[in-house]
Design a protein around this ligand. Structure first.
Ligand SMILES: N[C@@H](CCC(=O)N[C@@H](CS)C(=O)NCC(=O)O)C(=O)O
Length: 232
């Protein structure tokens, strides 16, 4: 089977697939596209015109959570638990992680301080719910890494970048278990390899491009001359 991941470097949904492949040691090619100017072949094969796509020989698989599940089912070293109930609950929390990812996107595009803080409020309420269900051990389910851990990792990394600009998201007092879990996930060698210093610089540039409230926390002079405004 030949695997190719159609990717946009900064997309957190793509990162879910990359992380799952990395933890499971799955060899695949990657083709990066420019989402601001997507190529015709991509528009023809992507049903929702979105990344990630996983091409498995001539088959097109879309939706990041489905891609992660395919990789998990088709290759050894399972991340999903065997137990049906636990697996269903994990799927629910993966969906929940995707909802939080949208909040992290909104944090970067909301233009006013009031709107930024409203999204932050919504996200922290979601964090309260996560805090009440995560295990005290290393990973979401306990001592074994799962696709829930994979799905929350890009969210935590993006929020770390946002926190560097405006430290109002993570609180050890309100969410001590999340903070420990986040550190464990982000400190792993595999994750550090994916989130390079160059990628971090690109994230900051993207935040600048979006010209939301958050971009006020960046030194604008270094971007003004060469960065065009836009979402991607
Ligand atoms: N639910 C999708 C979301 C993917 C998604 O929104 N990808 C964004 C980039 S991060 C995209 O391709 N956007 C292109 C567009 O909306 O035109 C998934 O999990 O794969």
């Amino acid at each position: 089977m030949k695997l190719k991941l159609i990717s946009f470097e900064l997309c957190p949904f793509v990162k879910k697939a990359e992380i799952a492949a990395k933890y499971k040691n799955i060899y695949h090619e990657t083709e990066y596209i420019d989402l601001a100017n997507p190529p015709g072949w991509f528009m023809r094969i992507s049903p929702l015109k979105k990344v990630p796509l996983l091409l498995v020989d001539h088959h097109v698989i879309f939706e990041s959570s489905v891609i992660c599940e395919y990789l998990d089912e088709a290759y050894p070293n399972k991340l999903h638990p065997k137990n049906f109930i636990l697996r269903a609950k994990n799927r629910s929390w993966i969906e929940f992680a995707d909802n939080c990812l949208w909040d992290s996107f909104f944090l970067t595009v909301k233009e006013t301080k009031k709107d930024f803080y409203q999204v932050r409020y919504d996200l922290l309420i979601k964090f309260d719910q996560i805090e009440s269900v995560i295990s005290q051990e290393s990973f979401f389910n306990g001592d074994k890494r799962s696709l829930v851990d994979v799905s929350f990792t890009p969210l935590f990394q993006i929020l770390e970048y946002i926190e560097e600009l405006n430290p109002v998201i993570f609180s050890n007092k309100r969410h001590p278990k999340i903070l420990k879990w986040k550190s464990r996930l982000l400190e792993s060698t595999e994750i550090q390899e994916i989130y390079s210093a160059e990628l971090k610089a690109l994230y900051f540039e993207q935040i600048w491009k979006r010209q939301g409230y958050l971009s006020r926390f960046l030194e604008n002079k270094k971007y003004d001359a060469h960065v065009s405004k836009g979402i991607y």
